[in-house]
Design a binder for this molecule. Structure first.
Ligand SMILES: Nc1nc2c(c(=O)[nH]1)N[C@H]1C(S)=C(S)[C@@H](COP(=O)(O)OP(=O)(O)OC[C@H]3O[C@@H](n4cnc5c(N)ncnc54)[C@H](O)[C@@H]3O)O[C@H]1N2
Ligand code: MOO
Length: 405
């Protein structure tokens, strides 16, 4: 491969610029978890919808207890007991009503004194209040969380359990989400066996296929078609034709991305009229990655066969395409302090971990070769190091692809 490969940032920009967002669809709230909001969420209800008690205690008029102290408590008749889920009658001046957290505050009351600052007399007809209260004390005001019609979340958010809680509270029963991307996969390699059963001595077990399937499922994308082929141009071409005939939004291969005698991915693509946007990026590992648009415009990734390189391809580059499809912004790493010096004009992706010591340095004590999966399993973050023009940038990324913020 030539020495004039695009940089990682140029590659990411090419992906962003050539992958269109998918359409949206409407789903009920109980099927929304993990999906991505396609439009801003708007509250259907005002919350709180009424003035509500924030504490268990007594609602009253603050003026009536202005002089209350533990030494000189104020005695008030108990006019009612108000439970949550009931609608109270107005409170008469000079009286108090027992009230439960979440219950509507009656007209005429402007404060709630916590039960801890009260004593109910035998017979429960009177309460003594031993503290003054300011107007509004322990009352949740109407709409202080959200007003009906108000935007409560932007488009482009992964729906998490807390967002499900908000949607339920604000009366949003149905939500517009982005389609789940459908991905077709062709795993190439004559040496690949499916699992540990009776494999011949030169065979290895397919790691990339399961990794790709798992990555997709972890972000709510769908592995919609999957094939395995040996290193043979005709067989690869036929497999590509089959998966491209499906409704996949994106096609991925692993292996055969380099330039050896058995590396046919590029040839098979070119014969099918694909437009290669890059083949090789200035990075290590994962350098031979290929990104193309199929003749019909769908995006295609040829991931290198080395398992760590394939992981990087999925994590950062297929991940970028999925982000573009889902209307999500580019990912931003976290600037960290590390001893890694990088290499001029080559991005390094290093397996690492945040230091456990007080120095807060990012550490990279792992075997960084691209066939060593054990070190990738042990690491918890990627460190991306870019050095150019005397400047070094070090950014940490969570090891696993995710679309949260
Ligand atoms: N002369 C050159 N040789 C290589 C170059 C190069 O530039 N010039 N690049 C190296 C780099 S970097 C990488 S990465 C690999 C890319 O290889 P390919 O994409 O062509 O993949 P293969 O040759 O098929 O396999 C490479 C390696 O990975 C193993 N492999 C393949 N598929 C799987 C899988 N599904 N699960 C687990 N392991 C897999 C395969 O057995 C090989 O060991 O090329 C270098 N060579
Ligand atoms: O970059 Mo390859 O991806 O070194 O093994």
């Amino acid at each position: 491969m030539g020495g004039d490969r695009p940089s990682v940032d140029e590659g990411l920009a090419l992906i962003r610029g050539n992958v269109r967002p998918l359409p949206g669809e409407s789903v009920p709230i109980d099927r929304a978890l993990g999906r991505i909001t396609a439009v801003p969420l708007v509250a259907a209800r005002t919350v709180p919808g009424f003035r509500a008690a924030a504490m268990d205690g007594f609602c009253l008029r603050s003026q009536n207890v202005a002089a209350a102290t533990p030494e000189a408590p104020v005695r008030l008749p108990i006019a009612a007991r108000i439970a949550a889920g009931t609608w109270p009658v107005p409170l008469r001046d000079g009286s108090a009503a027992g009230i439960a957290t979440g219950a509507p505050v009656p007209d005429g009351a402007d404060a709630i004194v916590m039960i801890e600052h009260s004593a109910v007399e035998t017979g429960a007809a009177y309460v003594t209040i031993s503290t003054p209260a300011r107007p509004g004390l322990n009352i949740r005001e109407i709409g202080e969380d959200a007003i009906a019609g108000q935007k409560v979340l932007d488009a482009g958010h992964v729906i998490t359990p807390d967002i499900v809680a908000g949607m339920a509270a604000y009366g949003i029963g149905q939500v517009a989400v982005m389609w789940s991307p459908r991905v077709a996969l062709v795993v190439t390699g004559s040496e690949l066996a499916r699992d540990g059963a009776a494999i011949d001595p030169s065979a290895i077990i397919d790691a990339n296929g399961p990794m790709i399937a798992a990555t997709l499922s972890s972000v709510g994308a769908i592995l919609s078609a999957s094939e395995r082929v040996g290193d043979d141009l005709a067989m690869l071409g036929a497999a590509l034709d089959r998966v491209c005939a499906t409704d996949a939004d994106l096609v991925v291969t692993t292996g055969g991305a380099s330039r050896g005698d058995y590396d046919f991915v590029r040839q098979a693509l070119e014969r099918r009229g694909a437009r290669i946007l890059f083949h090789g990026l200035s990075m290590r590992p994962g350098k031979p990655i290929l990104f193309a648009l199929l003749a019909d415009g769908r995006p295609f990734f040829g991931l290198p066969g080395n398992p760590v390189s394939a992981c990087i391809g999925m994590r950062f580059f297929v991940g970028q395409a999925l982000r573009a499809m889902l209307g999500l912004p580019d990912e931003r790493g976290l600037a960290v302090i590390s001893d890694e010096q990088g290499r001029d004009d080559t991005t390094l992706f290093l397996r690492g971990t945040f230091g456990r010591g007080p120095s807060a340095r990012f550490e990279t004590p792992f075997d960084q070769r691209s066939h060593i999966l054990s070190s990738l399993m042990a690491a918890d973050h990627w460190l991306r190091v870019d050095r150019s023009g005397g400047e070094t940038r070090r950014l940490a990324f969570p090891k696993t692809l995710h679309f949260g913020r």
